[in-house]
Design a protein around this ligand. Structure first.
Ligand SMILES: Nc1ncnc2c1ncn2[C@@H]1O[C@H](COP(=O)(O)OP(=O)(O)OP(=O)(O)O)[C@@H](O)[C@H]1O
Length: 261
């Protein structure tokens, strides 16, 4: 029997954004005044139209760039390997095998393949690709390449995984399958996820919190809570509960875009 889920408001804080903003070239306000408390185990989607600062927020959280204003604070000390990142493109090394690609985060930290082989194979098993460890990226489908990218992001068992529209380029059936598998994976490694998407449907299926954002300037409009219990079966997609949440998120998105639904 699985332990009952802790309501998210009672989970310990992982990190927080306090009035974070980013301005480019002196006048492009990519993000303004974003505050967000991220708690351990959250699955948060950043949902919004193009240009609302979703990717900027992820880049700031991953420390790839620094905020122009405000602060991002981790609740405890951060260790190497605490953060995994998945981009829209799988960005695999074409000359390296699947296993060598997944080994990369360890390799960058000076760890030999032999010393982390079990971790690499375990990560590949979790994404269903253990039989493809010796294949090359060119031999894989788009969905399989994305699975390798996810395995690489989670091989160090990070506390936080940032995902920037990872499934946007995939066909719908593959996307549904990867949505299901991502939730299983998240449970298996017990991490926190911040996931950027344009898709209301994807955000409702995956998240327990949806942060709705608007553009010009990029900012948070509202936050919705999706209280449906995990694990979420495929049947959740066709339930009345799912329809009600997607309606709520669609309305919030229209509001964010200054439109009437
Ligand atoms: N390096 C940069 N230099 C200048 N402007 C930038 C830079 N990065 C982002 N911007 C601008 O900041 C705004 C927010 O961009 P961002 O990529 O964060 O939006 P987004 O919500 O992720 O969009 P999309 O969904 O299209 O990826 C946009 O107007 C963008 O043109």
């Amino acid at each position: 029997m699985t332990a009952p889920e802790r309501p998210h408001a009672t989970r310990p804080e992982l990190l927080r954004l306090d009035r974070v903003g980013k301005t480019f070239n002196g006048d492009v306000v990519a993000l303004r005044g974003m505050s967000l408390q991220v708690r351990e185990g959250d699955f948060i989607s950043l949902l919004g139209p193009s240009g609302c600062g979703k990717s900027t927020a992820l880049r700031l959280i991953s420390d790839l760039m620094h905020p122009s204003e405000g602060r991002i604070t981790w609740a405890g000390p951060q260790e190497t390997g605490d953060l995994g990142v998945v981009f829209q493109e799988p960005t695999l090394m074409p000359w390296a095998t699947v296993a060598q690609n997944v080994w990369l985060p360890f390799r960058l930290r000076g760890k030999s393949y032999a010393s982390v082989r079990d971790d690499v194979l375990e990560a590949l098993k979790l994404v269903g690709l253990e039989k493809f460890q010796n294949s090359y990226p060119r031999e894989l489908s788009g969905g399989m390449k994305m699975r390798v990218s996810i395995a690489r992001a989670m091989v160090t068992r990070p506390r936080l995984i940032l995902m920037d529209e990872p499934f946007a380029a995939l066909d719908e059936i593959t996307r549904f399958k990867l949505n299901n598998d991502l939730l299983t994976l998240k449970e298996a490694i017990g991490c926190t996820v911040i996931f950027v998407t344009h898709s209301v449907f994807e955000s409702v299926f995956l998240s327990d919190r949806i942060v709705v954002m608007a553009a010009r300037p990029g900012r948070v409009i509202t936050e919705l809570q999706v209280d449906a219990a995990y694990p979420r079966p495929e049947s959740f997609r066709t339930s009345a509960e799912y329809a009600a949440y997607t309606r709520q998120a669609t309305d919030a998105l229209h509001e964010a875009m200054g439109e009437v639904a």
